[in-house]
Design a protein around this ligand. Structure first.
Ligand SMILES: [Zn+2]
Length: 328
């Protein structure tokens, strides 16, 4: 190991020495880019074209309460096993665009551009990446929202707080709407996090007002897009299925979070699950269905482009990421 490293370093020194010799290329070094490229990825599902569009990611210190029922060191062990840094959590956000051939549908919207400046570009990239993917926000027919946490709804607005999808129908789950718009529920909110969510929900939908349409889970919300009640993460959280011909995909939304932690340990209770027991029951049922049906899944908080197949592993599950497709 040491010998190899010494050999490599010796080679590097020789190359540097050579660069100073007469006849060596003068401008061998290109400036570093210093930023990531636009983040979107396309694949087909039946006759539909799906575009996964990243909103970026947030990184924060691992707290003792991030997983409510597990000691911090257990979480660190799982991070290390996945080659992720200890003591910090990175959460990624992947909204989806479904082009059915006749309709353009967005599923969840990320934090949106309001977070760009605050996060120094790490989060809030959704609209910029939509543009990079050649998708005009004004051409979106419908935006389907899975639940009302900020990382799913704030991208409904532009950086200056105006409706970002001017011509789209905004579709939200009825139960979710009822809960977050209920003043009694708001007055009973116990944690600062839930209080903050109530305020944010009202800010975002207040800015949209007349565009909101509610849907009952179990029915089609758009051509080929159906919703399933997967309550627990929030009182009205839904997952979605996207189906074209014989092909169908489960869009898990927030049934789970980072797969290295929460697919591997479906009993781990992430701090954002509002009814953790209910969330665990429904996530196991949905994952078991995805395994049994060998169904492609798209997970909002999975590593980009956030799609693959779920399989059983040990006492939990794992994601087998779909291979990169170089063409459609
Ligand atoms: Zn989320």
């Amino acid at each position: 190991m040491n010998a190899t490293r010494r050999d490599l370093l010796a080679g590097a020194s020789a190359a540097l020495a050579f660069a100073g010799l007469p006849g060596a290329p003068a401008d061998a070094f290109a400036p570093q880019a210093g930023k990531q490229n636009a983040g979107f990825y396309r694949y087909r599902l039946g006759t539909f074209e799906i575009t996964a569009v990243t909103d970026g990611a947030v990184t924060f210190p691992l707290s003792d309460t991030f997983v409510a029922n597990v000691a911090r060191e257990e979480v660190n062990k799982a991070l290390e096993a996945a080659y992720l840094p200890r003591d910090q959590i990175t959460i990624v956000f992947t909204p989806l665009v479904v082009n059915t051939g006749s309709k353009l549908i967005v599923i969840d919207t990320g934090y949106g551009p309001g977070m760009m400046e605050k996060s120094k570009g790490a989060t809030g990239q959704f609209h910029a990446n939509l543009t990079a993917a050649g998708v005009d926000r004004a051409a979106i027919d419908a935006v389907v929202i899975s639940h009302f946490h900020a990382d799913h709804i704030n991208g409904l607005l532009t950086a200056d707080g105006r409706p970002a999808f001017a011509n789209a129908e905004i579709l939200v789950p009825t139960t979710e709407w009822k809960f977050w718009m209920d003043d009694g529920e708001m007055s009973r909110a116990a944690s600062d996090m839930t209080k903050g969510t109530f305020a944010n929900v009202r800010r975002v939908f207040g800015a949209l007002a007349r565009q909101i349409a509610q849907f009952e889970p179990g029915k089609d919300v758009a051509p080929g897009v159906a919703s399933i009640a997967t309550y627990g993460h929030t009182p009205g959280h839904v997952s979605l299925t996207v189906a074209s011909g014989a092909d169908a995909m489960l869009v898990t939304c927030d049934l789970t979070n980072r797969p290295e932690l929460f697919l591997a340990h479906p009993d781990w209770r992430i701090v954002y699950d509002m009814d953790p027991a209910m969330a665990e029951t429904i996530r196991r049922r949905m994952f078991d269905m995805a395994v049994a049906e060998r169904m492609q899944v798209q997970g909002f908080h999975f590593p980009f482009p956030a799609t693959g197949h779920i399989e059983k592993q040990g006492t939990g599950y794992r994601i087998a990421p779909s291979p990169w497709r170089a063409s459609l």
